[in-house]
Design a protein around this ligand. Sequence first.
Ligand code: HEM
Ligand SMILES: *[C@@H]1O[C@H](CO)[C@@H](O)[C@H](O)[C@H]1NC(C)=O
Ligand SMILES: *[C@@H]1O[C@H](CO)[C@@H](O)[C@H](O)[C@H]1NC(C)=O
Ligand SMILES: *[C@@H]1O[C@H](CO)[C@@H](O)[C@H](O)[C@H]1NC(C)=O
Ligand SMILES: *[C@@H]1O[C@H](CO)[C@@H](O)[C@H](O)[C@H]1NC(C)=O
Ligand SMILES: *[C@@H]1O[C@H](CO)[C@@H](O)[C@H](O)[C@H]1NC(C)=O
Length: 510
Amino acid sequence: MFIVLAVTLVLYLLWRWYLNGILCGLKSLRGPASYPFIGSLMTCYPVSTLMTRLGDMCNIYGKTYKMTIPWTAGIVTIDLDLVEYILTSQATINKSILYIFLKEWLGDGLLLSKSAKWRLRRKTITPTFHFKVLDQFVQVFNKNNQILVQQLQKSIDKQDGAGVVNIAHYVTLAAMDNIVETAMGTSMNSQLNDQSDYVWATKFMTANIYDHIVNPITYLKATYIFTPAYWKERKALKILKEYTMSLIKSRREALSKENKSTLINNNADVETYINDEDFGIKKKTAFLDLLLQTTIDGKPLSDEDIMEEVDTFMFEGHDTVSAAISFTLFCIAQHPDIQSKVIEEQRSIFANEPDRNITSEDLKNMTFLEMVIKEGLRFYPSVPSIARNVSEDFHYKDIHVRKGTTIAIPILTIHKDPSNFPNPEKFIPERFLPAEQSKRHAFAFLPFSAGHRNCIGQRFAMMEMKATISKVCRHFELGMTNPPHECILPSAVVLMSKNGVNLTIKTRKW
Ligand code: HEM
Ligand SMILES: *[C@@H]1O[C@H](CO)[C@@H](O)[C@H](O)[C@H]1NC(C)=O
Ligand SMILES: *[C@@H]1O[C@H](CO)[C@@H](O)[C@H](O)[C@H]1NC(C)=O
Ligand SMILES: *[C@@H]1O[C@H](CO)[C@@H](O)[C@H](O)[C@H]1NC(C)=O
Ligand SMILES: *[C@@H]1O[C@H](CO)[C@@H](O)[C@H](O)[C@H]1NC(C)=O
Ligand SMILES: *[C@@H]1O[C@H](CO)[C@@H](O)[C@H](O)[C@H]1NC(C)=O
């Protein structure tokens, strides 16, 4: 008994000592109560509403407040000057320990890798997002969006020409097909065959992460293995890794047969590589092909390196895009006046050929739709919060932030802050007119984060979102169900509606 007490006391003192190191610089900040060992973990429950509570706490404790979670102390901030400092400083370029649960899947891919490795990888991978590469992906979007429309048409009632759909279901599969084809160069056809193991595995992995973060039993492998989630996760990881690895192997073989000599180090190489294939029929180049030709200091990337990056694209580039598309379509359905304006713009571009394939020039012309998508992302940022680890102490105003501190930036709360966006619960695309944008703090709108570690795929994402929303709107009139569907938004790494995104569709008369 005595020993147990003594050990507990020692552990407690160690814990206090460790946290005090961090907390002593944060005396001027307020925050929720902290208890021995569990810190402020209690405020995280119920988890389903944590995202909104992070925002509510800003109203109680101020724009920057402190919080302790079992392993570390942290601050949460929506103070835009501090946010700018954090996102542009080298001292906060590493991700927080909260991302650890992604590690098994994404390894040291771009999202998670740390300073030196990240810098090299980011520099190496940036050319693969060259506009010439992205432009050739428009035909992939065209193909899959054609299927998307056909699938949606099936749920239209023949009699009254209308139907209710959970649009998120369809869009998620289309986005899956788009990312698999652009990242890995093969067709998955999940829209026509949604029983695929790979689809199940990505769904499970993304849904599982938040349960992990808030459940202390899962922190240690020794206890995690007693939960069913652990075994499911093992199964999912196996499916994901085997699929990616088999594709890498077969593409590497195919490339060595083609005997291509262009190695990629920069933008000019990417152009040569793409133009190389320009004889006769133009072939698509997937991210994977480019990664296979990429060298760092003359050495090609290993299969494991490539797998990490491809898996990272799969994670970052699939759910985020489908959530944004679903919610934007939902917002369009809710606002008939905005829908008319979207259609007006589409008519000016497609004239009397609503079925024609989209070109990358068309996408550039969709300026109003772009504002609608941005307002959609303001309302429903696919990545609702991000977090960093402090590697070097710094001072900001009257706080002294020690290394080891976790800093959380609740993007959703920033987007709903009336001092950045007056009347934040109103959907107003015109907020993103250039003149309006220039009136705001540059860090007030952060769907793709900002600074050094911003989203590398944002132009790709914008093209895919425009192509898909344009296609759906050209074929269908969107409306609200009766009674109007209300999305339930649980806290998650990627914001998604728990009860679907239901709306009505009717064949549009062009
Ligand atoms: C609407 C769609 C998307 C949204 C809202 C989005 C948002 C974000 C955000 C907020 C981050 C920063 C994450 C953090 O700091 O923890 C990020 C990073 C990243 N995104 Fe995206 N993303 C989208 C689409 C994509 C796509 C399509 C791809 C790839 C094909 C992609 C690849 C990445 C990668 C690789 C990173 C890590 C970058 C780095 O740390 O250097 N994203 N994204
Ligand atoms: C980020 O983490 C790595 C590895 O833990 C460390 O070497 C590096 O110094 C950290 N970043 C910065 C900016 O200090
Ligand atoms: C949404 O629509 C789907 C498909 O029509 C239906 O099964 C589901 O019950 C609907 N959900 C809600 C919350 O209305
Ligand atoms: C679209 O853009 C192209 C050039 O980028 C331009 O020639 C064309 O007139 C534009 N069309 C519309 C409808 O704005
Ligand atoms: C659109 O592009 C797809 C794929 O490139 C092609 O199969 C289809 O025939 C095209 N459709 C039209 C109407 O041009
Ligand atoms: C955060 O940074 C500190 C100081 O550099 C380091 O000791 C700690 O291991 C880092 N934590 C994570 C999760 O990277």
